[in-house]
Design a protein around this ligand. Sequence first.
Ligand code: FES
Length: 575
Amino acid sequence: MADEPPRKRRSAAWFGTADKYGFIARSWMKNQGHAARMFDGRPVVGICNSWSEFVPCNGHLRMLAEHVKRGVYEAGGFPLEFPVSSLSEPLMRPTTMLYRNLASMDVEAAIRGQPMDAVVLLVGCDKTTPAALMGAASTDLPTIVVSGGPMLSGRWRGTRLGSGTSLIKFDADLRAGRMTQDEFMAAEAANSPSAGSCMTMGTASTMASLCEALGVALPGNGATPAVDARRQVLAFESGRRAVAMVDEDLRISKILTKSAFANAVRLCAALGGSTNAVVHLLAIAGRLGVPFDLADWDRYGRDIPCLANLMPSGTYLMEDFFHAGGVPAVLKEIAGHLELDATTVAGTSLGTAIADTEIFDPAVIHPFSEPFKPNGGIAVLRGNLAPDGAVLKPSAASAHLLRHRGRACVFDGPDDLKKRIDDPALDVDAASVLVLRNCGPKGYPGMAEVGNMPIPAKLLRQSIDDIVRISDARMSGTAFGTVVLHVAPEAAAGGPLALVRDGDMIELDVEARRLHLDVAEAELARRRAALAPFVHAYARGWEKLYIEHVLQADRGADLDFLVGGSGAVPPRVSH
Ligand code: FES
């Protein structure tokens, strides 16, 4: 409306007063060489940077921040970069997931407590994307995601090397005596050939891609390689859009609607995306109060085939995917199943954002009429072994195991697993079902990526490379196999996984979405009565807080007191 007074910017609460508080806010900022006109009411865009030298996948984000700044300046805004906690999949122990919610609190507090009108989230390695989005969602400013992008393809001895996926194969080959230690070390050197995140369709690539379907990132965010100059242009354009989004009042809550989440689930199916996206999207939706639950993963993804032939479900890597058309081409291919009027940070609908795209290599991105794999979505299983649900990724599973009945071989935790998995005396065969418990949100703690248990060495030597595995853990997005994950409630929360004993019969029927422990109710009741309560070993600190407040996997494993948001109202001044 032309006669409406301009909205007062949020940053004006710091920079817009002529009193001592404005003096304090401006004067100290000027020590960095900012001209007085930077404080004239122009939009302040925070650049929330998860750069860290301990997070190699995010090691180039400071360079990318410079391109965001150029875009902000060109559009008439004032960019200010700030650091937040970062999370390194390769290095952080015991598991990054233990710290995702902590990092989200850091992001939320940093945004709310500082003078910004919009925020650009610079993210990359797996948990950095959901952590930043969860924190931003709870503050609800105009928000745009710029991912670091995937590494270039690995190559070794004439074959493609995919982050994580190839390592799992090499590890099995080494343990089975099919690969020498020298070969293993040579493959290590070829595994990560450039800046960027894992170049398989692992969790980082999945989350960066889903950001396009969610509408929180510009087209190209998912697949443009980290070192391709077009990634820098994407950062530049995102900076420009962040400025415009302030005047459009295009807050994240206007973008992350139920339609956006439904579109992301459909894209995840078409990509054969990571199962980790399940807990992350549930947690993000929880921050915004969007009615999106575990059943929606099955509901929206079930009819979508897997179109992308990408590791770990397929053969190709993110660089191939980018040149084949990337995320926009996949979205266009499944457009008939999408809610195309969903709003995006581009300022247009999703339908407009993907209108001018096409598939350039149908070997990498299959057309909907000839999918790469018929069943793409995440299957949500239920039954007496998972009353609140469990998940399985059919596109990464073995077809002959999708309906299976077998004897349980139970491990009480990761240490027990490590100790016994290669024991020649382990009572296991190709029909066995490996069960791993005490690895959920409370039990591990932090719901580690240990659900894709290694195949016992004695079976590897028989050339058996997949058996059914069930746990309350997660698995790396780069992993594969017939792996049932996220069993809820977890064993440490009293879930029925705690009641399974060696030799019990377990039935998996993915088509029927059923996971059943074939033990009489009366016997299960006896076992439950004899079950010792879970006692954790943490007397203080973050781990104690986490274990006492973490929700189960079907609620996104967020902390109970973080669900929802507190908005972006500037806190009171402290001087
Ligand atoms: Fe960082 Fe895979 S280890 S993205």
